[in-house]
Design a protein around this ligand. Structure first.
Ligand SMILES: Cc1cc2nc3c(=O)[nH]c(=O)nc-3n(C[C@H](O)[C@H](O)[C@H](O)COP(=O)(O)O)c2cc1C
Length: 191
């Protein structure tokens, strides 16, 4: 396969792998730096970089779990203890865990909020693709508790930043399903 065909194959075949199946080894610091360069290579109107990432080291997973449990209890006060416990367990999934933070400039004179959101999405896809190119896989998870005010405060985000999702990376312990064909209605012709 030529380099170009290989690059295209990587894009066409990328699949998310469930966090439970993202195991060690994880990207090395140099590989993570490459993955972040891939994020920064995404199209970005006026180069605002309307996103950033917070690496959750293994020793802080317990604190994140506590924040997830608090968030679940706050959102669903009648939830049984087992459900609250389960909300906390999500903090331990995925061998490498990064919080995805949006820092959108809401009143930018030239760059709309949607431009900035799209840029962040493109950055995330670039990260997933870079991780795949390095032999890893990844997955995005949001969810009401995970991205709640409680968790945002626990991570120390200021008011103007939003906790959008968590990005998990690792070695896939399971072969992902092959990608289906693109739906036929992705493109129409303006008549
Ligand atoms: C920002 C973002 C957040 C997501 N959050 C969740 C989630 O909380 N739960 C979930 O099941 N899938 C979530 N997904 C979807 C999965 O990460 C994944 O993209 C989807 O299952 C499709 O798999 P694929 O990437 O292999 O096409 C999210 C996707 C994005 C882009």
């Amino acid at each position: 396969m030529t380099d170009k065909a290989h690059a295209l194959d990587l894009v066409l075949s990328r699949r998310s792998v469930s966090p439970r199946f993202l195991v060690a080894p994880t990207p090395t610091p140099d590989e993570l730096a490459l993955i972040l360069r891939a994020a920064a290579a995404a199209p970005d109107h006026k180069n605002l970089k309307p996103y950033r990432f917070i690496l959750i080291p293994p020793e802080r997973r317990g604190d994140l779990a506590a924040a997830f449990r608090d968030a679940k209890a706050e959102r669903d006060p009648g939830a049984p203890a087992a459900e609250i416990e389960r909300a906390g367990e999500k903090a331990y999934r995925g061998a490498m865990l990064l919080a995805v933070v949006l820092r959108i400039v809401r009143d930018h004179p030239r760059v709309s909020v949607s431009d900035q959101m799209l840029s962040a999405g493109a950055a995330l896809e670039n990260m997933l693709l870079a991780a795949s190119a390095l032999g890893y896989a990844g997955c995005l998870r949001s969810g009401n508790s995970a991205t709640s005010r409680r968790v945002r405060l626990a991570l120390g985000l200021p008011n103007e930043e939003e906790l959008a999702a968590f990005l998990m990376l690792g070695t896939p312990a399971k072969e992902p399903r092959p990608r289906e064909d693109a739906p036929a209605d992705l493109l129409s012709v303006w008549k």
